[in-house]
Ligand binder design. Structure first.
Ligand SMILES: [Fe+2]
Ligand SMILES: [Fe+2]
Length: 483
């Protein structure tokens, strides 16, 4: 004797929604395709619209209401996620594109809609899709103006929530960054005036950076591209701290180790505060005397950290980093090493972060900063840099081949600014970007975010980076797009 499963009825309902839902999507695609090919009065168009109206009615619930929702790569009809199969693959992709291009996340059909009304909706969707600032509100306004009241359209609420969350994370990162720069300024200036800075304040700043890197790494790394020319002395230390901590996290350091690493990174150049400013900021080549003063900063830094006020325990690791960060792997750097020694891991990490930030920043004697991707390549390939190759490799995995802030040309001839590396290490050349101009060089208002690892319905990548470009040549301020 067979028993009746109470789930059976529900399952059947889901299956039927899926079947009619798929037919609806195929009908939307078919109608929008023939509308492109024939005039509205053509019988093929008329037939496809009648079919569409019928498919919509078929998909509607008992109350004649129908909801089509787009979220990510999925289409939901009356709350049921549609499944793809080979026969409707292309239709799904086109319909997703059609809705997305005009910013529509939800389409509600409030009553039985006539073929004429479907015609208006599809025409407006197609026209709005080619307008850069199109959104669901605009579509709603135009529907109303056209006297079509069978539909209700809205943006994807969840996607908007995601955006809000990301904006909040970005704001927190900006706060952390600004506070850290202010603190570093304070510390450097008090050392310059012969005062001893407070260890407690520095620790607190380092903790904020570490906590932020642990929760929302990408936003903070994005901010390191904001290299203000005259603030270099301060932003450099903060950037080196952010890069080092993110790198330490990648190689699996504990939170406590990250605090110590962060402290070493933030204070690595503190010895420079004891070198006369005119030597530090000199734009002409350094003479022997200047060089001697500059190369004293590692041990001057160590001494400064030795004196930190309010320190229960001396920051040994930070002292070692200050001392070792210019030694290089083969100890050909400075200060010179007399006895054999083993450079600490903390110093190796900071040396890589330091080299990267210094080379990508515009400074008084460096009129043009190198593109980030070229810097990474040079750090990897030039042994004279004396960086640890394993650490450099981890750093490239962290930043991607095209680090945040790089301007790139895509195979669509669009220009884009890199926002963040792809978390998947196999997709290092496919970061998240913001497209700033179309294929003909027109600036996009607003710019469009795109994940280069995303594939279209055909399984192909929609966009691929061909090369990097010089932002100045195109008059683009990359930082405008990042923060
Ligand atoms: Fe240094
Ligand atoms: Fe440095």
């Amino acid at each position: 004797m067979s028993t009746l499963n109470p789930d059976d009825g529900e399952r059947q309902e889901v299956a039927s929604t899926r079947r009619t839902g798929r037919a609806l999507i195929v009908a939307i695609h078919a109608a929008s395709r023939v509308m492109k090919l024939y005039p509205p009065e053509h019988q093929t168009v008329q037939k496809s619209l009648t079919d569409l109206a019928a498919a919509a009615l078929e998909s509607s619930g008992v109350d004649a209401q129908l909801e089509v929702r787009i979220h990510g790569e999925f289409i939901f009809v009356n709350g049921t996620r549609l499944r793809l199969d080979l026969s409707n693959y292309a239709s799904f992709g086109r319909v997703l594109e059609l809705f997305r291009a005009s910013g529509v996340g939800v389409l509600r059909v409030l009553r039985e809609a006539a073929p004429r009304e479907w015609f208006s909706l599809l025409t407006l969707l197609a026209t709005l899709g080619s307008v850069a600032e199109a959104d669901a509100d605009e579509l709603a306004r135009r529907l109303q103006a056209a006297g079509v009241d069978a539909f209700e359209v809205a943006a994807d609420a969840e996607a908007e929530e995601d955006i809000e969350e990301r904006e909040a994370a970005k704001a927190a990162a900006r706060r952390t960054y600004a506070q850290s720069v202010a603190l570093t300024k304070d510390v450097i200036n008090s050392v310059r005036m012969g005062r001893v800075p407070s260890a407690r304040k520095i620790k607190r700043a380092v903790q904020t950076i570490v906590d932020q890197v642990l929760t929302e790494e990408a936003s903070l790394i994005g901010l390191t591209t904001l290299r203000e020319y005259d603030e270099y002395t301060y932003t450099h230390s903060v950037n080196v701290c952010i890069f080092s901590v993110a790198l330490g996290k990648r190689i699996g350091m504990s939170k406590l180790q990250l605090y110590e690493l962060g402290m070493g990174a933030l204070m690595h150049d503190i010895g420079k505060s004891r070198v006369p400013t005119d030597v530090i900021q000199k734009s002409t080549p350094l003479d022997e005397d200047d060089w001697r003063r500059i190369t004293a900063h590692p041990w001057l830094g160590m001494l400064t950290l030795f004196q930190l006020r309010g320190q229960q325990e001396l920051p040994y690791r930070a002292m070692i980093v200050a001392h070792e960060h210019h030694m290089r792997r083969d100890y050909s750097g400075y200060p010179k090493v007399i006895r054999p020694r083993q450079m600490s891991m903390t110093s190796k990490l900071v040396a890589v972060a330091d080299a990267y930030d210094a080379a990508t920043t515009r400074r008084s004697y460096q009129t043009k900063p190198y593109p980030p991707s070229a810097v990474l390549q040079e750090m990897r390939d030039n042994p004279l840099r004396g960086l640890d190759p394993v650490v450099v490799k981890a750093f490239i995995t962290l930043l991607g081949i095209y680090p945040s802030g790089t301007l790139v040309v895509l195979d669509t001839f669009e220009l884009a600014v890199v926002l963040a590396a792809n978390v998947n290490p196999e997709m290092l050349s496919r970061p998240r970007v913001v497209i700033v101009s179309d294929g003909r060089g027109n600036l996009l208002q607003p710019p469009i975010e795109s994940d280069l690892a995303a594939t279209g319905p055909d399984g192909q990548f929609a966009r691929t980076i061909i090369k990097t470009a010089d932002p100045e040549r195109y008059g683009i301020r990359v930082s405008d797009y990042i923060i």
